[in-house]
Ligand binder design. Structure first.
Ligand SMILES: CC(C)(COP(=O)(O)OP(=O)(O)OC[C@H]1O[C@@H](n2cnc3c(N)ncnc32)[C@H](O)[C@@H]1OP(=O)(O)O)[C@@H](O)C(=O)NCCC(=O)NCCS
Length: 193
C-alpha cells in the first residue's frame, strides 16, 4: 500500500504533491528572487515542474522523502513546499528544506508549516536530529530556522557553485531533546494559572 499523509494546521494543509500543482510550482521556481540562495538556477523550462512532481510523489509514496505541498486552507492556493529528505534510518537524522512564493512571505506561513513538519519528523518518523544547509546570506531562512530552535553549528566555505557563483553553507541543527524541551516549555506556558 502506498503511503499517504496530510497534516492540517490552523491556516494550512500540508499534503502530498499532485500534478495540478505544476503551474504554481513552476512560477515559484522561475522567480529569481525566490531562487536567489538556492542550489540551482531559476527554472526556465516549465516542463520541469511535472517531472519534479512525479519524482516527489513517487518518493513520498515509498516513504523515501516527503515534499509536502503547503496549501492555504481558506482558498486551496498552492503557496510552496516544505520537505523532509536525506533521511538516514540508522542515525535517525534527516534534512529539511522549504520555499514559499513571494506573495506569501511575511505572514508566518512557513513558521506554521515548519512546526508541523518538525512534529512529523520527530514523532511520526522518530528522528533524533534534523539539519538544514543554507546560504549564510539568506537571513529570512536563518530566521525561520532559529524560530524553530535550530542552532547554527557550522560554516562550510565555498560548498556550492551555482551558475559560476561560489557560495558557502551555514549548517543548522536541531536535536530531538532540544525540540522536546522547547515544546514542553511552550505547553507549560500555555497552561492557565
Ligand atoms: C525562507 C522563507 C520561506 C521564509 O519566509 P517568511 O515569510 O520570512 O517566513 P515565515 O512564513 O515563517 O514568516 C515569518 C515572518 O512573517 C511575519 N509574520 C506576520 N504574521 C505572522 C504570524 N501570524 N505568525 C508568525 N509570523 C508572522 C514575522 O514577523 C516574520 O517576519 P520577519 O522575519 O520580518 O520578522 C522565504 O523567505 C522563502 O521562501 N525564501 C526563498 C526560498 C528559500 O530561500 N528557501 C530556503 C532555502 S535554504
Amino acid at each position: 500500500m502506498t503511503y499517504e499523509k496530510t497534516i492540517e494546521t490552523e491556516r494550512l494543509i500540508l499534503r502530498k504533491p499532485h500534478p495540478a500543482d505544476a503551474p504554481a510550482l513552476f512560477a515559484i521556481h522561475a522567480d529569481p528572487e525566490v531562487m536567489r540562495y538556492f542550489s540551482e538556477l531559476p527554472w526556465q523550462d516549465d516542463s520541469r515542474a511535472a517531472g519534479k512532481i512525479a519524482d516527489d510523489i513517487a518518493a513520498f509514496e515509498k516513504e523515501e522523502s516527503f515534499r509536502f505541498a503547503v496549501e492555504l486552507k481558506a482558498t486551496g492556493q498552492y503557496m510552496g513546499s516544505c520537505s523532509l529528505f536525506a533521511e538516514h534510518r540508522q542515525n535517525r537524522r534527516a534534512e529539511i528544506g522549504y520555499v514559499l512564493g513571494r506573495p506569501y512571505w511575511g505572514h508566518g506561513y512557513m513558521q506554521e508549516a515548519l512546526s508541523a513538519l518538525l512534529e512529523f519528523a520527530f514523532v511520526e518518523r522518530n528522528l533524533n536530529r534534523l539539519e538544514a544547509d543554507i546560504d549564510p546570506l539568506n537571513t529570512a531562512s536563518a530566521s525561520a530556522l532559529e524560530r524553530q530552535g535550530f542552532r547554527r553549528e557550522g560554516f562550510l566555505p565555498e560548498r556550492w557553485i551555482v551558475g559560476g557563483q561560489v557560495s558557502d553553507t551555514a549548517l543548522y541543527g536541531l536535536l530531538r531533546r532540544e525540540w522536546e524541551a522547547r515544546r514542553n516549555a511552550g505547553s507549560a506556558a500555555a497552561v492557565p494559572g
